[in-house]
Design a protein around this ligand. Sequence first.
Ligand code: SF4
Length: 512
Amino acid sequence: MRIGIIDLLGKEAPRNGYSRLMRPNNTSIMPQAIGVWCEEEGHEVHMAYYSGPTLLAGGLPDDLDLIFITAFSQAALLAYAFSNYFRQKGIITVLGGPHARSYPEDSVRYFDYVVGLCDQELLRDLLQDATQHRPIGVHLSADRQPASLPGLRRRWKFLKPAMDQAKILKLVPLIGSLGCPYKCSFCIDAAVPYQPLAYDGLRDDLLFFLELNLPRSVAVWHDPNFGIRFDEYLDTIEEAVRPGSITFVAETSLALLKEDNLRRLKHNTFKAIAPGIESWYEMGEKSKMRSVNGAEKVRRLAEHANLVNSYIPYTQCNLIFGLDVDEGPEPFELTRQFIDLAPGVYPHFALLSAFGRNAALNLEYQREGRVVPVPFHFLDLVQSMNVRPRHYSWSEFYDHVCDTFSYAFSPRALTRRLAANRFTPIALEQLFRGVSSERNNRLAYHRKIRGWLDQPDFRAFFDGESPAIPEVLVDQIRRHLGPLWQWLPDGALHHDPNAYLAGSSSQQLPVI
Ligand code: SF4
């Protein structure tokens, strides 16, 4: 068969300078792995990277037999429109990626196959079946994550077109483990058992990375939580390559970032690290601070984050706004205190979102009738929150979000961050990101939402009093999809926000 693969790098054209430069770096590993496995099964494979409706790299011939599309939920409507377009041409369509795992009930309405967890055996079965399943597609999922994945050497031919477009910085994706042993109730990876991948494979990835000799390149670990077996991973890296020969980026838990480990990370040129704080209350499993809350937790975490920042120049701490444990102005005030106490740390804020089946906690939100059917297009942890906050009205909540964003990316905070990171190129990149992406884009968008919340129609939708999607949201989707808007299937703007709850008790998805 002639097989196409589309990796959707963004749901819309880049909206600011920062995302324009970084967009080619948003690649996922799984589409490349699918490419390798399809070729091993004897098929001809073509890869295409899209940025919104625009082809960014690679390309597809007209006469495909089957196409894989991988998407996060924020790009789901783009994926649905693509699928409709290809199905009209008689091409079989397959959806994979986080949206397929979170919203299979909705996705089977628009694809012939919807794949949750995928391994080589499942892929082989799918390719042997390869028939149109319409109007309702079939849902397939392996019991577990694959035991192994093709390494960078084999994936490279599929990744290269995107990397060729990354002009300033090339972020090359590597992976050393799947799943996570921690059980954060909001996280898609908490349900996946932790599984290290073979160390021989990692060694070869690193050697091949050096062989590529790409200018301005960085190896980015896509592990959900890098370094769970810290010493084993660092031993592997040190055995494979000379310290300093590769620059690394990883996401990890604060609990793993003890001073000994930080010393070792610095020695091996880990330049950016993103530990999650998530909340100032309760959810401290990752940072080993279960019994510490509020101001004391802020003080201790700021101290720890400053220690991390003294070893790792780009330290980003992730926080979620809108969790049920938050009440009143205090959590936002605590965040502002953290900004003051850890001036060199880059704060990254997300709005609580419940992505269908991706976390057990979502069942609770659905049972309580608090999930708003915000079109998938806005489920990017920034543009909209789809869980009605437990302790805030919408306007109260957005007032706090805007104030905190404004504080964290104020000229004062940006300048302190720049100075704390000693005006290095990394500090300048943070300044560019802070102004372009956070202040001009995200904060401006939150303020727009705050304004729209004063409009009765908009408010009625978010309060669950009206199913009508506000026109300002529909307009944005229309603009972002551009020429693909005409291919968006009827009804795709709407989805059942409680499908997980309904499916967990009765309706089963068709499975082959
Ligand atoms: S530690 Fe991180 S990756 Fe692991 S379950 Fe929690 S949020 Fe998910």
